[in-house]
Design a protein around this ligand. Structure first.
Ligand code: ATP
Ligand code: MG
Length: 306
């Protein structure tokens, strides 16, 4: 079983404007849509789409709980969330202008979690997670959830003995590496937190692979530099027309972990995840991808041993 943990979930409210956003004018909406914004939820979406059993854990504000659950249900995501009473799950406003590529993103900070909320999450993890399971911790941490709480969470997972995957950034990423995890996928900016001054990217990956089973540095359209044991690869996706690259990394992580769980090899898991995320960037929203397109794209992924 794979569990994803989204500590700071988000409901994306996509505001499609009739025209270009203009100051001092009433900007009319053409339509509104809702989507998941949390990275763990994005990972769960990819796994569910690939029909790999998983459950989304994490926090959820009670005042708009139905709204978040409705999106999770529509997207077929099995979930068991800890209620944060009397508070709403944060929203992100994604403004999409007519005929303009890219979007404007405005994000709320999110509710503060209490010691009680945190203890409920720990209880749930202790009750559910078994040594043979995989746990993905992804995304930012809400106010009130400190680095020491993350360290305690990883220590607990290490005690259980499950496979620990992290998609974190900044201090949280550093703390996770120190606490001991099995998988990380920093992007080209996030890896800078872990690199020693003057060290090449390959040397950084080699160094990290000494203590982390799977190290993948994603490089957007240029692919990824990946290490596992003594195997190192540069993976390049086929060239495609990009509609929206937000969520490409989350799709990569979800489909890679799904493949590993299905006992696919390292290289097969890498090429499939690369293909799924290449399909994802051709979709306008942050999660959608086509499994059939991914299977075709996988044949065009280039693998170079480095
Ligand atoms: P996010 O945090 O928004 O999910 P990220 O910054 O973590 O994204 P990226 O490095 O942008 O992740 O992308 C992850 C993977 O998705 C890349 O390694 C690559 O395989 C694939 N990908 C991203 N952008 C493109 C692109 N333009 N064309 C093809 N594949 C892409
Ligand atoms: Mg990312």
């Amino acid at each position: 079983m794979i569990y994803t943990i989204t500590l700071n979930p988000t409901i994306d409210r996509l505001l499609y404007l009739e025209e270009v956003l203009t100051k001092e004018k009433n900007n009319r909406l053409e339509s509104v849509a809702y989507d998941l914004g949390g990275k763990g939820h994005h990972g769960s979406y990819a796994m569910s789409k690939l029909e790999v059993e998983n459950q989304a854990l994490g926090f959820c504000g009670t005042t708009n709980k139905r709204q978040l659950e409705k999106i999770l249900e529509q997207k077929n995501i099995n979930h068991d969330l800890v209620d944060v009473y009397g508070k709403p799950t944060r929203e992100s406003y994604v403004i999409v202008e007519k005929g303009v590529s890219g979007s404007i993103l405005i994000t709320e900070r999110g509710y503060e979690v209490s010691s009680y909320d945190k203890s409920l999450l720990v209880d749930k993890i202790e009750e559910k997670v078994k040594p043979e399971d995989t746990v993905l911790i992804a995304g930012s941490m809400p106010p009130g959830f400190e680095i020491k709480d993350l360290e305690q969470l990883i220590t607990l997972l290490n005690k259980i003995g499950c496979f620990i995957a992290c998609d974190l950034s900044g201090e949280a990423l550093k703390a996770a590496v120190k606490a001991g995890v099995n998988f990380i996928k920093p992007n080209r900016f996030e890896i800078l937190e872990l690199a020693n001054h003057g060290q090449s990217l390959l040397d950084t990956v080699k160094e990290l692979t000494k203590t982390i089973d799977y190290v993948i540095v994603s490089q957007g359209g240029s692919g990824s530099l990946c290490g596992h044991g003594n195997e190192f690869y540069q993976i390049s996706p086929p060239t495609i027309v990009v509609k929206n690259d937000t969520g490409a990394g989350d799709c990569f992580v979800g489909s890679f972990l799904a493949s590993l769980t299905q006992k696919k090899s390292f290289v097969d898991s890498l090429t499939f995840a690369t293909a799924c995320s290449a399909s994802k960037v051709q979709h306008i929203d942050s999660t959608s991808f086509s499994v059939k397109d991914a299977q075709n794209l996988q044949k065009k992924v280039i693998v170079e041993k480095v």
